[in-house]
Design a protein. Structure first.
Length: 95
């Protein structure tokens, strides 16, 4: 029996204080959730809660059961901490 081919992916997570960017190879057919678990990032960043936090691939939110593909960058998004309705809008133009 032959082993499943490996695909190269990245797993990233950032806080205001630090950024974690991990490159790893996972077996073809691996889900986003499993790839995150295999990366070891949950041990480095114990505040991550995959049951409540959203995840994405290249800035698009995906379900944790999505199968990864070679070259995917899995992103773990932090919860929103400010109410967008109460944060003043920034003007994009010049005054």
């Amino acid at each position: 029996m032959t082993a499943a081919p490996l695909v190269r992916i990245e797993v990233v997570y950032a806080t205001p204080a630090r950024q974690v960017w991990l490159d790893l190879d996972v077996p073809a057919g691996t889900t986003v959730r499993r790839a995150i678990e295999l990366s070891g990032i949950l041990m480095q960043c114990p505040e991550i809660d995959l049951d409540t936090q959203k995840v994405g691939i290249h800035a698009s939110i995906v379900k944790p059961d999505k199968v990864v593909e070679a070259g995917n960058r899995i992103e773990i998004y932090r919860p929103i901490t400010a109410d967008p309705k109460k944060v003043p809008r920034r003007s994009g133009g010049s005054a």
